[in-house]
Design a protein around this ligand. Structure first.
Ligand code: HEM
Ligand SMILES: *[C@@H]1O[C@H](CO)[C@@H](O)[C@H](O)[C@H]1NC(C)=O
Ligand SMILES: *[C@@H]1O[C@H](CO)[C@@H](O)[C@H](O)[C@H]1NC(C)=O
Ligand SMILES: *[C@@H]1O[C@H](CO)[C@@H](O)[C@H](O)[C@H]1NC(C)=O
Length: 506
């Protein structure tokens, strides 16, 4: 399948469209001391003309000139961009509740079930309930542990596929982007519904095809989020065509998800209750029907698919890119694995948490290549101050995590890939924020760490990896608010001699 920045880029698209919608609704700002802002701000479009792809780099350059807290006008809306760890901390500690809101997104109404999903819901009782419930029923260690065998099975299938490709003895070329994307989609879908939609062993090919088609279409809207495409999008909306397409897509998504739920409901009425998220949520629906409505369940599935798959796959791709560009790090990781896990058995999830160097590689990857470089837009629900500047109510807040992760005041040799820095740094320090901070931070980080850790550890344990050419792999970012690699990663791989390879790959 094609793997692009579905979720976060749709968020950014929605966000931009929302901006257009509000062009002609001027807001008045009484505050005097707004954060500094580039001049000129053009009539109607404000600073939209400054937004060049990739946005995190544009914002970073603006911050060099205007400081770590600056403001922009997107149309008539005020946007504050924060690029220092201390300002981000102020936003997500002192002002955490004020900034716990999301901008209301026009398309959230259609694709996001009337903005009722965990990601898009405004801060309030509904969001708090959803967050509390999912923390216990979806993202808790207990629930995640129940799906351990799914993650290890899908990881083994990836290893199998790679070993088939490279069974000729020498190095073989493999394209990893697609494999990582299929891995994360299959893991998520099996946790959600007990099915896989990619690769071998797909039960219902017709249904899988439908699913893949819907996801691909969602991706194509994400692709339009490039700020350079602004005006065509605007024309599109004006023609009403865009809205029609989105309504049509959202109908098909809804039908698909409703179909999944109904199927499980009917099955559940039968005998066996298999362990997956839908069955679990349906059993909660029986006891608390007013809260666990079908719409809430569908919204949750959608959010997991859109927020949880691409981000993890991208992180894996960047991690492998960094490893082959820094062979000494790869060697050290291999040595750690050989030392702590050995060659007799395959790495498992309990090992992952003990492998300190592997963990540092993941942290360092998330530092240099955060999958959501400017997090997800927040919005102030009240007036507040950040760094001494006034931030009025209804201001959009963007936190440039990418820039904070490369701040030379905070990090030694900020542009180098040096996992060793986390041997002395605190990993939990508030200057590393790939999952955001505060109450709106990513609830899926635990799941992401498990999926990425196990897959990466397995790839290092079982295969030799080399670049296709002599030059380093190009690190350019592709389009989208998620930060995909511009060119899909291709590497050479060769199976390592592992004593029990027959055992491992059965
Ligand atoms: C490496 C992988 C991932 C990264 C880098 C990542 C990053 C983020 C970031 C930066 C945010 C926004 C924080 C903010 O608003 O300031 C976020 C929100 C969110 N993420 Fe993730 N995420 C990842 C994986 C996942 C997974 C696996 C899931 C679920 C299955 C998930 C579900 C969500 C949800 C539901 C939200 C919205 C939370 C809210 O608005 O209350 N994410 N993530
Ligand atoms: C969702 O957001 C849209 C777009 O701003 C808004 O018009 C609509 O009222 C919101 N719906 C709910 C239920 O909050
Ligand atoms: C959104 O809410 C409106 C009325 O509040 C309702 O008519 C509509 O069906 C809802 N849309 C979705 C996708 O649930
Ligand atoms: C991982 O493997 C070790 C050693 O065989 C075993 O003790 C441990 O229980 C395994 N953990 C998981 C999660 O399978």
């Amino acid at each position: 399948m094609e793997d692009t920045a579905i979720f976060y880029s749709s968020v950014s698209l929605l966000f931009l469209i929302f901006v257009f919608k509000l062009w002609f609704q001027p807001t008045t700002h009484r505050s005097k001391n707004l954060p500094p802002s580039p001049r000129p701000s053009l009539p109607i479009i404000g600073h939209l003309h400054l937004l060049k792809h990739p946005m995190h780099r544009t914002f970073h350059n603006l911050a060099q000139k205007y400081g770590p807290i600056f403001s922009l006008r997107f149309g008539s809306r005020l946007v504050v961009v924060v690029s220092s760890a201390s300002a981000a901390e102020e936003c997500f500690t002192k002002n955490d509740i004020v900034f716990a809101n999301r901008p209301n997104l026009l398309l959230g109404k259609h694709i996001g079930y009337n903005n009722t999903t965990l990601t898009l819901a405004p801060y309030g009782d509904h969001w708090r309930n959803l967050r509390r419930i999912t923390t216990i029923e979806v993202f808790s260690s207990k629930r995640l542990n129940m799906f351990l065998s799914i993650r290890s099975d899908e990881t083994k299938r990836l290893l199998e596929k790679l070993s088939r490709v490279s069974s000729q003895g020498g190095f073989s070329k493999v394209e990893l982007k697609t494999m990582f994307s299929e891995l994360t989609f299959n893991i998520m879908m099996r946790m959600i519904a007990g099915k896989r939609y990619y690769g071998d062993d797909v039960e219902d090919e017709e249904e899988a095809r439908r699913f893949r088609k819907i996801m691909k279409e969602a991706v194509s809207y994400g692709g339009a989020s490039n700020p350079g495409d602004f005006l065509p999008i605007l024309n599109w909306i004006d023609g009403g065509d865009f809205k029609n397409k989105v309504v049509s897509l959202s109908k098909r998504i809804d039908e698909f998800l409703q179909g999944l739920i109904d199927e499980h409901r009917n099955k559940q009425a039968g005998l066996e209750s298999t362990d997956n998220m839908i069955d679990h949520l349906l059993s909660l629906q029986e006891s608390q029907p007013e809260y666990y409505t079908d719409q809430i369940i569908k919204g949750l599935i959608l959010v997991m698919l859109l927020a949880g798959t691409d981000t993890s796959a991208i992180t894996l791709e960047w991690a492998m890119t960094n490893l082959v560009n820094n062979p000494e790090v790869l060697e050290k990781a291999k040595a750690e694995l050989d030392d702590q896990v050995g060659h007799e058995r395959l790495i498992n999830e309990s090992d992952v948490f003990k492998l300190q160097y592997l963990q540092s590689i993941i942290s360092e990857t998330l530092r240099l290549c955060p999958a959501a470089p400017v997090l997800v837009p927040h919005m102030s629900s009240d007036d507040c101050t950040v760094g001494g500047y006034d931030v009025p109510r209804d201001t959009i807040l963007l936190v440039n995590a990418w820039a904070i992760h490369r701040d030379p005041k905070l990090w030694d040799e900020p542009d180098s890939f040096k996992p060793e820095r986390f041997e002395t740094e605190e990993r939990e320090s508030r200057k590393l924020m790939p999952f955001g901070l505060g109450r709106r931070s990513c609830p899926g980080s635990g799941l992401a760490q498990r999926v990425v850790g196990l897959a990466l550890g397995s790839l290092i344990q079982c295969f030799e990896w080399e670049r296709v050419g002599d030059e380093k792999v190009d690190m350019s970012e592709g389009k989208g608010t998620t930060m995909p690699k511009a060119d899909p990663l291709e590497l050479l791989c060769k199976a390592r001699p592992i004593t029990n390879s027959e055992l491992i790959f059965v």
